[in-house]
Structures are given as C-alpha cells and as structure tokens.
Design a protein around this ligand. Structure first.
Ligand SMILES: Cc1ncc(COP(=O)(O)O)c(C=O)c1O
Length: 301
C-alpha cells in the first residue's frame, strides 16, 4: 500500500494576498487517490494495515448518507481486498444518492439505522447487538478517527518543501488536525475550522490526541451547521475554482477556505506570514450537494 501520488503544493496568486503580504499554499491532498482522497487515505492507511495483519475479511464502519468516509472505505475495501459493511444513518432513500450508489457499486453492504438507533452506536451493548452475527471483522468508527488515523495524519506535512507559520485544516471529528498538530515544529501553529455548529466539544476530543498547544479552533465558519450551506459560500467556492482551478467541497474545504480568506481580509495574520491550507478532499460530495441545491437555484461548478 504505497502512496499513489505525491500531493502537490500549489501557491495561490491573488491581489488580496499581494496587498496583505501573505503567502498561501494549498496542499493538494485531494490528489492522492481518485477515490480514497485527502485525509481519507491518511486515516485509513494504518487501519487497513492493522486489518491486514489481523487477517480479517471485513471492514465495518458508520456514516451519514453523504459521508466521504463511507465512500472512501468502500473504495479501500474494493482496492485492498476486504468486504465492507456500512451502517448508514437514516432510512433508505431510493434511488440511492451518488455517495451510496458509489459505495454499493464498490461492493459495500449498506444497512440503515434510524437516527435514534444510530445515536446508540457508541453504547457497547447496542453495538454488540448490531455485530452479533459478524465475525472476522475490523471496526472503524464513524468519520474514521482513532489512534491509527491520527498516526496517518501525522504524515500529512512530512514531505513539505517549504517552511510555514500557520496550517489550516477543516475539522469534523478532529482526527486529521490532531495528526497535523503533532507534526508541527515549535514556531508553527494550526487553525482548525469545524464544519459543525457548536463544535466547542472538539477542543476536548482533539486534546486527547495531541502533544502540544500550538493550535486553535475557529468556530465562526460553519454556515449554520454540518452540511448546511449559504449562497455566499457557494459563490466563494465557484469563484475560487475559476480563479485558481482548485475545486473545493461544500462541507469541509469550502468552509475552511472561506474562513481563511475572511481572516486574511480582517488582518488576522501579520504581513510576511506563510500559510498552508490542507485540501482534505471530499469532492465526491459535490454531486449529492448539487442535487439538494437545485431547488435553491444554486450550483457548485
Ligand atoms: C473532506 C474532509 N475534510 C475534512 C474532514 C475532517 O476530518 P476529521 O473528521 O478528521 O476532523 C473530513 C471528515 O472526515 C472530510 O471528509
């Protein structure tokens, strides 16, 4: 299991950056793999190795109907020879959306849990009842975050050819930024942009994995909550793509870049700063979001 591509570092050229004397580089982790892209490859890498060394046949995990993690786990199962089972939040909706039909096409078995049952999955008795008839499996939590995922994310910055002052990353469960934080040099700082509303709890979750305090979360750019979007976000993403030829996803990287841009405009960073923004992938979610945006007259290009 080798990295299929070396991710590229792309410097942005923009009048705002010239005016503020700030350099921004996008770390194109989204280019790692066509279907196990960005942080998904990093989070799954050591988990797949562990599943292989345990000799199990199946990987079981959890996610929402538009989950990047579900799509990537299904692809990884197909590529590395595991059966996959995904417990999906909510009732089955037919026809399947693009994420779930992709996962199914990779051979993933989909089982649906009502929202109330889905919430119980952290309780060991309920989890046991779900897995009663399963044997020989490797369990990966929702969002893919565990110790091995954090270990994988500690490798995101290792081959960077430039020095930087700040690294920015979108956050869901906080696993990705935890790995990034652990790999910082002493003069560097990480800023996390949670995609969820009211994500203060993430401070504690991240705190469990990290070994320094060179980080902060900015809770201001969730756009109403997980998977919620507003016209200003979609317009920003579309003009970003037109200007820099870099597609962003509406749930994570679009919000992170919007936030970073806004902070630069507000002089949050001193002149002369160099910032790396990690493109954690998630582009598979664009089709599903575009289906939902049709009735609002919006479209991600
Ligand atoms: C594209 C993308 N970026 C960022 C994240 C956030 O990662 P984490 O859950 O490790 O905070 C996710 C969720 O896994 C994601 O799918």
């Amino acid at each position: 299991m080798n990295l299929p591509l070396i991710p590229a570092l792309q410097e942005l050229s923009d009048s705002l950056l010239l005016q503020k004397k700030i350099r921004v580089f996008i770390l194109r982790e989204d280019l790692i793999h066509p279907h196990i892209s960005g942080n998904k490859w990093r989070k799954l890498y050591y988990n797949i190795q562990a599943a292989k060394s345990k000799g199990v046949k199946k990987i079981i995990t959890f996610g929402g109907a538009y989950s990047n993690h579900i799509a990537a786990t299904a692809a990884a199962g197909q590529e590395f020879g595991f059966k996959t089972l995904g417990f999906i939040r909510g009732e089955e909706q037919l026809p399947l959306n693009s994420t779930l039909s992709y996962a199914k096409g990779c051979g993933m078995e989909l089982r649906y849990l009502s929202r109330s049952d889905y919430r119980l999955k952290e309780k060991s008795e309920f989890l046991q009842s779900l897995l009663d008839n399963e044997k020989d499996y490797y369990l990966i939590p929702e969002g893919g975050t565990n110790e091995l995922a954090v270990k994988g994310c500690e490798e995101i910055l290792i081959n960077l050819s430039i020095d930087f002052d700040y690294v920015c990353c979108a956050c869901g469960t906080g696993g990705t930024i935890s790995g990034i934080i652990n790999s910082l040099k002493s003069h560097q700082r990480a800023i996390g942009f949670p995609a969820l509303k009211g994500a203060g709890f993430l401070k504690e979750d991240i705190g469990k994995y990290v070994c320094n305090s060179q980080w902060e979360l900015n809770l201001d750019y969730h756009f109403g909550g997980y998977a919620k979007v507003k016209p200003e976000l979609i317009n920003f993403m579309n003009s970003f793509k037109t200007k820099h030829q870099i597609p962003l996803d509406p749930i994570y990287t679009g919000k992170m870049l919007f936030g970073l841009w806004n902070l630069i405009e507000k002089d949050y960073f001193r002149a002369g700063s160099t910032i790396v923004a990690v493109h954690t992938g998630g582009l598979q979610g664009i089709d599903g979001m575009n289906d939902r945006l049709k009735n609002k007259g919006l479209q991600i290009l």
